[in-house]
Design a protein around this ligand. Structure first.
Ligand code: GDP
Length: 440
């Protein structure tokens, strides 16, 4: 995420770090580089110019010229300004109303339907809500079908009226249905077009007026850069929406949309989409995002994700197994599944301070555990619980079965052995505290 921008900003600060003594000239030079980095990330020219002007003012006010570590101070000033640019504080979602009505808007392909599902899933699992998804696309039967697939996968009911060609009526009927059946959130997915067009705008405006949503959210694909900002402006002029959803932030986006949208439409980014799975939704925290852009990592989010996956009962069971020396490859596999639920590897690495930079030349596979899983799946259940049974002949078979090399099988067996030893050590005297420290 934003790796180009991060690299360039890092280089910009090098100008300062290289000099023992700071002059007004090399502060200006640094800021010129910062501005260039922002422009390259597809940030609008005026925003980039204002940005550096503000940082310069603050820098001068704080006496960067005499401070001991001018490089660090500049990084902090840029971080604060990036945070401000992306909205400052975190913006919550308004869940008032009985039911809360949420209207989704945006172009076709922006990720509206996927996000409707993610939001429903988030509200159901994290906020204890009972959401209803509503299919209001009267043009594409496939769109209605897609919402059913999404709803099915998360166990959320979908409301549709395939014969009705009036989206205002469908939305109103859905709200009635929600009231009568105990749903407390109604998420209305609307029709999108490939580009802004008058008919679509009129239609969503009519739906908006008729159902008076508590939240009107504008969904936009972050990969589209400046276009995203222009589309946001058009939708905002018509709907005066409440918040922005940036999708596909897991892709190779340059970051321009995230950095420009708030100042152009003056509406906060509320959530981001970071993958195709239903769990790939994050509340948007401007300060954490600024830290990630500057390669400072985002430990807070990383710990939060780990905590979300932490299951006390499972952890206790696991501890018992380790104590009894029964930790096997099946348990190992279960641990991998948990880590995978935290997000894709690239994303996780980006959250570790300094790691993005250190590993920028390392190719990280999205599915880094693919080979390990294949190897374990090629073992028999007996072998998984008693790895000592695996001899050379079996190793060759396993490598063949999993499409890997025998070296990879050996390596995994060795790692597993070391891990088992370490776990046993932690169970010994004094080890309990260590386990606790690690959240076990
Ligand atoms: P809609 O036309 O606006 O309803 O868009 P869809 O929800 O159908 O999404 C369009 C495509 O983008 C689908 O292939 C989705 O799987 C994909 N998509 C949506 N959100 C994300 C995301 O956050 N990350 C990635 N990588 N893909 C996404």
């Amino acid at each position: 995420m934003f790796s180009n921008l991060s690299d360039k900003l890092d280089k910009a600060f090098h100008v300062l770090k290289g000099h023992g003594k700071i002059t007004e000239i090399n502060v200006a030079e640094t800021l010129k580089e910062v501005r260039r980095a922002l422009l390259d990330a597809d940030v609008n020219f005026k925003i980039a110019k204002d940005f550096t002007a503000k940082v310069k003012d603050k820098a001068m006010g704080q006496d960067v010229l005499t401070t001991l570590q001018p490089g660090q101070l500049m990084v902090k000033l840029v971080k604060d300004e990036l945070t401000e640019l992306m909205g400052g504080d975190v913006a919550g979602i308004n869940l008032s109303g009985a039911p809360t009505v949420i209207l989704m808007s945006g172009l076709q392909g922006s990720g509206k339907t996927t996000f409707s599902g993610k939001l429903a899933n988030y509200l159901q699992t994290k906020k204890g809500k009972k959401p209803l998804l509503v299919a209001c696309d009267i043009y594409r039967p496939a769109a209605i079908q897609q919402l059913y697939v999404v709803g099915d996968s998360i166990g959320v009911e979908v409301y549709s009226e395939p014969e009705n060609k009036n989206p205002v009526e469908i939305a109103q009927n859905a709200i009635k249905h929600a009231k009568a059946n105990g749903f407390n959130v109604v998420i209305v997915d609307t029709a999108g077009r490939l580009a802004v067009d008058e008919e679509m705008m009129n239609e969503i405006e009519r739906v908006h007026k008729a159902i008076q949503p508590q939240e009107t959210l504008f969904v936009v694909d972050s990969m589209t850069g400046q276009d995203a900002v222009n589309t946001a402006k058009t939708f905002n002029d018509r709907l005066n929406f409440d918040g922005v959803i940036l999708t596909k932030l897991d892709g190779d986006t340059r970051g321009g949309a995230a950095l420009s949208i708030k100042s152009v439409v003056n509406k906060p980014i509320k959530f981001v989409g970071t993958g195709e799975k239903m769990e790939a939704i994050d509340v948007f925290y401007p300060d954490r995002m600024a830290e990630r852009i500057l390669g400072m990592g985002d430990v807070v989010s990383l710990v939060e994700r780990a905590q979300e996956q932490y299951n006390e009962e499972e952890a206790r069971k696991l501890q018992k197994k380790i104590a009894k020396n029964e930790f096997g490859f099946d348990d190992f596999l279960a641990q991998i599944q948990q880590v995978k639920k935290m997000g894709n590897m690239k994303d996780l690495v980006g959250m570790i301070p300094g790691a993005s930079k250190a590993m920028k030349d390392v190719e990280i596979e999205d599915d880094a555990f693919k080979h390990i899983e294949a190897i374990i799946y090629s073992m028999t259940p007996k072998e998984r619980s008693k790895p000592a049974l695996i001899d050379m002949k079996r190793k060759t078979r396993i490598a063949k079965g999993s499409g890997t090399k025998i070296e990879q099988v050996n390596q995994l067996m060795k790692q597993f052995e070391q891990m088992s030893k370490m776990m046993k050590m932690m169970q010994g005297p004094g080890g309990k505290n260590l386990m606790k420290m690690m959240g076990g």
